[in-house]
Design a protein around this ligand. Sequence first.
Ligand SMILES: Cc1cc2nc3c(=O)[nH]c(=O)nc-3n(C[C@H](O)[C@H](O)[C@H](O)COP(=O)(O)OP(=O)(O)OC[C@H]3O[C@@H](n4cnc5c(N)ncnc54)[C@H](O)[C@@H]3O)c2cc1C
Length: 270
Amino acid sequence: MASISNIEITHGVAGLVRAEVVRSERISPHFQRVTVTGPDLERWTYQGFDQWFRLAIPVDESHPGFDRLPDRIDMKGYLKYLTMPKATRPVIRNYTVRAYRPEAQELDIDFVVHGTDGVAGPWAEVATPGKQIAFIDQGCGWSPVDDADWFLLVADPSGLPAVAGILRDLPRDARGLAIVELDSLDDAQHVDAPDGVDLHWVIRPEGRKVGELALEHVRDLPFPEGVPYAFAVGEAALATGTRRYLVSELGISKKNVTFCGYWKAGRNSD
Ligand SMILES: Cc1cc2nc3c(=O)[nH]c(=O)nc-3n(C[C@H](O)[C@H](O)[C@H](O)COP(=O)(O)OP(=O)(O)OC[C@H]3O[C@@H](n4cnc5c(N)ncnc54)[C@H](O)[C@@H]3O)c2cc1C
């Protein structure tokens, strides 16, 4: 679950939303797009930007266990979740809404394909139509301060859905810099960014740790004039490293930086 972060959660009001897979396709070498639908999406409110949710994946298809899930993950909800028997307790992982098409009631989730380790990534790769999931809306982490002159967005592949959503939904006169590290240029997506935001795809060379190169770019690229609001997500060291550089070295106020370790190298999210 979300670990090192100052993300303030604006909880959704939909409770537990059940849905099923419509299709799952490999859209690029390291991304699997899973599209889900279901009548529950009607009472869920789409907020755009980096809206995210706790995704519940059944461990036992014949007993998905959704009826016993809490409808929000606060301390009480999480304890309730832990009392479920392990054999039928769905696995919970965090994901971002990549796109929502209300006319078709279809929601896209872009999963990073990261091998056979873990649950969500491998599940997405083989998800077939009809597979059941449920999710609990968590709202947006993006919460810009009013007096920022420009925006800085930093992410690894797991943060691409968030950065793409934010750039798509920013006012068209927004200015800034976005740095997204990928494993391959073929993973770059069309992003509907404001003209004033400079988007840099940074390709990780083999042998380098995830996020290292993106962090180097944060340090090396010339920043626009004025005070930024920054949003840094992805592997924990990238999120905390960006925040440390901005706050400790550049003296930018903590309230101007939202950061979140989306995952930690070598550790699963249980
Ligand atoms: C708010 C939020 C939004 C997120 N949105 C997205 C999203 O839209 N798309 C997305 O792909 N991820 C997203 N993530 C990250 C995702 O929740 C984690 O990557 C999660 O750990 C994946 O679960 P898993 O079951 O596949 O692997 P886990 O069981 O958690 O981990 C198994 C192993 O895989 C490694 N691992 C996990 N994730 C990655 C990765 N991305 N790259 C390389 N190795 C990895 C772990 O270090 C561990 O060694 C988001 C996280 C947060 C907090």
